[in-house]
Write a protein that binds this ligand. Structure first.
Ligand code: PEP
Ligand code: MG
Length: 527
């Protein structure tokens, strides 16, 4: 049979090979079979099942199940169904119609987070329906090591599938921001979503990072996959052994990760990294109609701190403008946006946006090792303006009896001005943003094609001198200097930075293993 390739969305990285196993369509979610029960009892039964599952589940799964329990406990959820039953509708039909309306509403939401919640509601619908009708699922039978194919999965059905050790999962629908994708990433189960149609059979190879499913692969494709998988396994095994012991030329090296979206970073990565060296807080602001509130932000920072288990979390305040426009906030028609109102300049221009973020950071800092970093800083006045806003926010939180702590305040070194005059800044730490520092040093836009792109060379002597100047100023001030631009995620760049005196590197999660190995392999001086 000829090889066919199907493209979907990359939802959880990893390579999987095995026979394709079709997941039976759920008559109901996995759970105890009982009933038929009246609506009130069916709701209570579904809630009990979910509470029992949550009690056994790991942290992230327990949180998702707890969210479902909360929804089930909300009396408003079944109001429509109750009214329809009172008016004479059959309970199963009334419940189905009521839940389908919610599911359609959530599924049509523009915000991908809200849209992804439709799967949670479908899960609840199926559980209650099973209790209402007395029809449950047959026990799930899946051969271990299979690539499981389904139209879509609810979180609890995912957990049932995950318990059967699949090699990977291929979904016709779903989304990389869904709870299922979050769970898959945390468990290291490769997942591809949005394949369009459910694949129907054959042998499968799945590349979760590429969003690729190959059916009935040719021998050459199988061999290439096997080589990749063996390489990845060997690298991961070697890198895992090195966790926590990284040193170079006899000096400790701190290796943290950059996080663009906490939902997209696996617990395994947070476990091996020395912390988060850059949380790009834009994930809270992008792709939505309204700005995130103080509570939502405080919760998001606290959640990531919890997952880090005492390791440091460096949160960068909102960094939009330039190559990261945010409709409604950034100016649409700046003649030169990279030199315009971006990063900390924009936040200071709109204190009504910065204030809630600072308050949320002060609150989260009361619960762990959180540090705050300002983007695109050019002059010390910018830091002082933020410090003043922070002091105001702290006083107000304290007056209201809300726990808060002033976090260490640092800056990104992304402008030659900050690199060359670092001694003038009153800061607790600095982190070089090489992506921006290169473009501002060589006057070569970071998103330009062709000849301009070739000018943007992170190894140019002018950039090297600015890095050296920053390291020297950091030493003189007695503060930590790290580098969190993409240069550190390239093994060659990481070694170059170690030679320049940088001992703290913050890298993309996918680069953690390869940078760790490169540093380890180069740790001894060679003649
Ligand atoms: C940088 O400029 O190097 C950096 C890490 O920030 P960003 O890429 O988010 O601008
Ligand atoms: Mg930058």
């Amino acid at each position: 049979m000829a090889e066919t390739r199907r493209r979907g969305l990359a939802a959880a990285p990893g390579l999987a090979a095995g026979p394709l196993a079709l997941l039976p369509e759920p008559g109901a979610a996995a759970g105890a079979v009982r009933g038929p029960l009246p609506l009130g009892a069916a709701l209570a039964a579904a809630r009990l099942d979910l509470e029992a599952l949550a009690a056994e589940a790991a942290d992230d799964a327990a949180e998702i199940l707890a969210f479902q329990v909360e929804m089930l406990a909300d009396p408003a959820l079944a109001e429509g169904a109750r009214a329809a039953i009172d008016a004479g509708a059959p309970p199963a039909a009334a419940w189905t119609a009521c839940m389908d309306a919610y599911i359609r509403g959530y599924g049509a939401a523009e915000d991908p987070y809200m849209a992804a919640r439709a799967a949670d509601l479908a899960d609840i619908k199926a559980r209650v329906l099973a209790a209402l009708t007395g029809e449950g699922d047959a026990p799930l039978r899946l051969p271990p090591g299979a690539v499981v194919a389904a139209h879509d999965l609810t979180p609890s059905r995912f957990l049932a599938v995950a318990a059967r050790s699949p090699a990977g999962i291929a979904l016709a629908h779903g989304h990389p921001t869904s709870h299922v994708a979050i769970l898959a990433r945390a468990r290291g189960i490769p997942l591809v979503t949005n394949l369009g149609e459910r694949p129907e059979g054959g042998n499968a190879l799945l590349d979760g990072a590429a969003g690729l499913l190959v059916l009935d692969p040719d021998p050459a494709t199988v061999a290439a996959f096997a080589r990749n998988a063996a390489d990845e396994t060997a690298k991961a095994a070697r890198a895992a052994k090195l966790a926590g012991t990284l040193a170079w030329r006899g000096r400790p090296v701190v290796l943290t990760v950059n996080v663009d979206d906490p939902a997209a970073v696996a617990d395994a990565v947070l476990k091996t990294a020395d912390g988060v060296g850059l949380l790009r807080s834009e994930f809270l602001f992008m792709g939505r109609d309204a700005l995130p509130g103080e509570d939502e932000q405080a919760q998001a920072y606290a959640d990531l701190l919890n997952r880090l288990n005492g390791k440091p979390l460096v949160v960068r305040t909102l960094d939009v403008g330039g190559d990261k426009p945010l409709p409604g906030l950034t100016l649409p028609a700046e003649t030169n946006p990279f030199l315009g109102l971006r990063g900390i300049r924009l936040s200071l221009a709109y204190p009504e946006t910065l204030r809630p973020q600072l308050r949320a950071l002060l609150r989260a800092a009361a619960g762990g090792d959180l540090r705050v970093m300002l983007p695109m800083v050019s002059v010390p006045d910018e830091v002082e303006a933020v410090r003043a806003l922070m002091a105001e926010a702290l006083a107000d939180l304290e007056a209201r009896g809300i726990p808060a702590r002033p976090p260490p305040l640092g800056i990104m070194v992304e402008t030659p001005a900050a690199a060359l005059a670092l001694d003038r800044f009153d800061i607790a730490f600095a982190s070089i943003g090489s992506n921006d520092l290169v473009q501002y040093t060589l006057a070569a836009s970071r998103d330009a094609p062709g000849p301009v792109a070739r000018l943007a060379d992170p190894y140019h002597p002018a950039v090297t001198r600015l890095i050296e100047a920053t390291v020297a100023a950091g030493r003189a001030k007695g503060i930590d200097v790290s580098l969190c631009g993409d240069l550190a995620s390239d093994p060659k760049g990481a070694l170059h930075l170690l030679r320049l005196g940088i001992r703290r590197l913050s890298v993309a999660p996918a680069a953690l293993d390869r940078v760790r190995l490169a540093v380890h392999d180069d740790r001894e001086e060679t003649a």
